[in-house]
Design a protein around this ligand. Structure first.
Ligand SMILES: CC(C)(COP(=O)(O)OP(=O)(O)OC[C@H]1O[C@@H](n2cnc3c(N)ncnc32)[C@H](O)[C@@H]1OP(=O)(O)O)[C@@H](O)C(=O)NCCC(=O)NCCS
Length: 164
């Protein structure tokens, strides 16, 4: 039986986390790896919410940090599914850091991650179709499809190079 489609907003996930001294790098700013972990965690929750099954990360697109995040900042990570294939899901993530004393919010980075849903035997399993409800969501979906096609082209090229 075909899986019931789900809306983007049904799985959108937002998590806020106060940066602590233990999150700092030797320079005193927040360690990039702390943010990467949070990004993977929140995006993974959105993907798992969509499919209602365990998911694993299969790809993370490049991540740039536009400005530093400081200890004491409240970091908010927002994740939304952009596109789904047969067993894979692309999730877009936006990271913002808030100086809670001034209320100033800075967009520090964005990222795209791809997850695969797994069945009871750890094998890729079909995911529900994704519904875009607004022109903006339709654009996200189109762009996500284009990015996924590009990833798969790169994967095929990598595989061909490994085999040569
Ligand atoms: C995820 C995993 C089960 C997929 O296995 P696989 O043999 O590549 O399976 P498939 O080729 O059927 O790919 C499954 C889906 O992933 C997608 N995919 C595979 N490699 C990809 C890549 N590099 N980028 C984007 N999507 C990719 C495929 O297109 C497919 O999606 P679709 O069904 O929507 O078209 C396997 O690669 C794996 O276990 N990876 C490790 C995952 C993990 O442990 N992550 C945490 C890292 S610490």
């Amino acid at each position: 039986m075909p899986l019931a489609p789900k809306r983007m907003r049904d799985s959108q996930t937002v998590i806020s986390h106060l940066m602590q001294l233990t999150d700092a790098n030797p320079v005193g700013n927040v360690h990039g790896g702390v943010i990467m972990r949070l990004v993977d965690e929140v995006a993974g929750i959105a993907a798992a919410r969509h499919v209602g099954r365990p998911v694993v990360t299969v790809a993370i697109d490049s991540m740039s940090f536009y400005s530093p995040i400081y200890v004491g900042n409240l970091v908010t990570v927002k994740a939304s599914l952009n596109y789904v294939g047969r067993t894979s899901m692309e999730v877009g993530v936006r990271v913002e850091a808030e100086d809670v004393l001034t209320g100033q919010i800075t967009h520090t980075n964005s990222a795209y991650l791809v997850y695969v849903a797994l069945d009871e035997n750890g094998q890729p399993v079909e995911v529900p179709p994704l519904i875009a409800e607004t022109p903006e969501e339709e654009r996200w979906m189109m762009e996500g499809k284009r990015r996924q096609e590009e990833r798969l082209r790169r994967r095929r090229a990598d595989e061909a190079q490994r085999e040569s």
